[in-house]
Design a protein around this ligand. Structure first.
Ligand code: NAD
Length: 419
């Protein structure tokens, strides 16, 4: 999927975005340096008993980028391409994401180098429990609260919660979010990231005067974020014309029902082959003419190589880091409106925050209440970022970063440097 230009690493990308944003702020050198680096990083190499009786060593990471605003928050990724550099970038983006929507958290991220599709249910449980035990020195309801990311799900969160609780000797539901409802998960969490994508996509359409009814939508990645984004936009009257997963994409300019595609994927393992659609590649999918493009798979999908061929009017970044800084300037010159990742996909961490609060007080809210609170936060944050972008004459990503960095920097100044 990557083109011929030299690919920047995710952390290099995150730093380039940071360096670009601080040009619009008057921050002291020491504060800038402080915010450029992760606060702490843990690498763990740990054994896992496999089904055939052998023992395999896996490598995992947990990174805390910043703790100025509160405990750290961020997902855990299971993927063969996980690197410390990637986890670092994702942790830094989490700091800005929490700040841009006003949550009392710093950023963190974790990951294990593995292919969860190749592990049995039992092996996945063994791996998760041991990884949770290894990172428990950095994790806790008051210090660092993980959540699902690529390759992890509510079941994985349940094992983490159980492992942590067994060590403590009592149940600690608030140690992770994105848990199953039966053990203190929040209503609305499963589709919260997609709901945030839908809300910000609608706000972007309103801003640009594009009618949401009939707006054409293309979604890359058909996992947690991609599916909910697709069917919630469909519910708003949009026409979903193409979606994809790691095996390829499907296209029908007349549109299709995203929930039916999800049932098909559950039965067959992929969206590819869904009736009445043309099979396309992920590269072709990104370049389809449409009103709204939602990249919701991995980083580095829209690069300097393909940015000139993107035909969407709006890009709403469901994934973290799907657009490189080089691609950003090309898209901006071409007048394509971007809702940046730290804003567009903040719905997930926002409802994770609600889940954490509900867990701490053992008092649970209705789904309606949760969705209303989420909508209020997402719409307000979108409007604030749009206003900052207008006032300073900068793009939406830079505006979101400027707002977020300012929030963290102000907290840092008022707290001071210890000792
Ligand atoms: P997931 O594992 O549920 O789904 C990922 C999807 O992407 C799968 O359908 C997979 O087949 C597809 N995919 C993988 N490689 C691909 C490729 N090269 N081309 C096309 N599709 C590919 O993961 P998710 O939780 O939906 O996360 C997706 C993105 O959203 C990630 O960038 C993640 O960091 C970000 N995100 C997730 C959440 C959340 O709440 N889960 C919150 C914020 C951001």
């Amino acid at each position: 999927m990557q083109g011929s230009t030299v690919q920047e690493s995710p952390y290099e990308m995150a730093l380039r975005q940071f360096d670009n944003a601080i040009k619009y702020l008057e921050l002291k050198r020491g504060i800038i340096e402080y915010l450029r680096y992760p606060k702490r990083e843990l690498t763990v190499n740990f054994p896992v008993r496999m089904d055939d009786g052998s023992v395999k060593i896996f490598t995992g990471y947990r990174v805390h980028h910043n703790t100025v605003l509160g405990p750290t928050k961020g997902g855990i990724r299971y993927h063969p391409d996980v690197t410390l550099d990637e986890v670092r970038a994702l942790a830094m983006w989490m700091t800005w994401k929490c700040a841009v929507v006003g949550l009392p958290y710093g950023g963190a991220k974790g990951g294990v180098i593995c292919d969860p599709k190749k592990l049995s249910f039992q092996e996945l449980e063994n791996l998760t429990r041991r990884y949770a035990a290894e990172i428990s020195l950095m994790m806790g309801p008051e210090s660092d609260i993980p959540a699902p990311d690529v390759g992890t799900n509510p079941q994985v969160m349940a094992w983490i919660m159980d492992t942590y609780s067994m060590h403590k000797g009592y149940s600690v539901p608030a140690v992770v979010t994105g848990k199953p409802i039966s053990i203190g998960g929040s209503l609305g969490r499963l589709e919260a990231t997609g709901r945030g994508v839908m809300i910000t996509a609608c706000e972007a359409c309103k801003h640009l005067g594009i009618p949401i009814e009939g707006a054409t939508v293309v979604v890359q990645g058909y996992g947690n974020v991609g599916t909910a984004s697709a069917y919630l936009l469909h519910d708003q009257g949009c026409k979903v014309i193409a979606v994809s997963d790691s095996k390829g994409g499907i296209y029908n300019p007349k549109g299709f029902d995203p929930r039916d595609v999800l049932s098909y994927k559950r039965e067959t393992g992929s969206v590819v082959g869904y009736p009445d659609t043309e099979t396309i590649t992920n590269e072709e999918l990104l370049e389809l003419p449409c009103d709204i493009l939602v990249p919701s798979a991995l980083e580095n999908q829209i690069t300097a190589d393909n940015a000139g061929r993107i035909q969407a009017k709006i890009i709403v970044e469901g994934a973290n880091g799907p657009t490189t800084p080089d691609a950003d300037s090309i898209l901006q010159d071409r007048g394509i409106f971007i809702v940046p990742d730290i804003l567009a996909n903040a719905g997930g961490v926002t409802v994770s925050y609600f889940e954490w609060v509900q867990g701490l007080q053992s008092f649970f809210w209705s789904e309606e209440e949760i969705n209303q609170k989420l909508e209020r936060i997402m719409s307000k944050s979108f409007k604030e970022v749009l206003e900052a972008s207008r006032l300073k004459g900068i793009d939406m990503r830079t505006a979101a970063m400027v707002r977020a960095i300012l929030v963290v920097a102000e907290a840092l100044v008022v707290r001071g440097i210890y000792p």
